[in-house]
Design a protein around this ligand. Sequence first.
Ligand code: MLT
Length: 253
Amino acid sequence: MLKDALGQIDPSLSSSPLTKGEATATRHPRLTVLHSYAALDEIFRSIMSLQPDFIHEFIPGSSLRTFLLLHGTGGNERDLIPLGRELDPNAALLSPRGKILENGMPRFFRRLAEGVFDLEDLEFRANELSDFVTAAAQHYEFPLDNLVAVGYSNGANIAAAMLLTRPEVLPIAILFRAMVPLIPDRLPNLSSVHVWIGAGDQDPIVPASETKRLAELLRRAGADVTIRFAKAGHGLTNHDLEAGREWLRELKP
Ligand code: MLT
């Protein structure tokens, strides 16, 4: 398989296995050797699967920033790509699809009823997603310290759960229509974490008191938290997008 793949890069390489010596001997420019080994590295990377894996999209960017895009109930890995592009067209995008199906609708964790979460599953899923993000950072070679979670509704809730259970993974989070996902036994240290919460002042699913409860919990853990209320319901508006983008711009070091 590797031989075939090499043949696609340079047909002359498929007839003979590539060894460092041969590559050096048969090709005079050193650049060709470097090119071949870079290509090999790429092939190995694509053969090696991510562990744990999620169905996902990864779109490389032209800056060091990567958005972790987390869709809402019934969404998929393509839903928030346009939002990520709008927030920062230069950022790389990592967008997984939630593994739980509720009546055929993908979610990031199980719930027992609207707003009543299966806490055991939620903790498991927050850890699994954190492990995926860490593995994806190695696989796609993006720095974790410039990672920004952007979650909507169920996606915002799993991002908040990641902050509370795996505080080392997300330095920055933009949470649209988020709730308190869980209350950990011990609060994590989020003193270097920045969180922006976009709420809707007429949201029938997330009342203002719930948004404030989440902000309070994250602040008690030391996070820098900003809340903005849009004149909106549970759905996102342009105001949410503009306010989140502005916050991110100002956060830039
Ligand atoms: C959730 O289940 O995460 C919240 O109720 C938001 C939703 O998905 O409706």
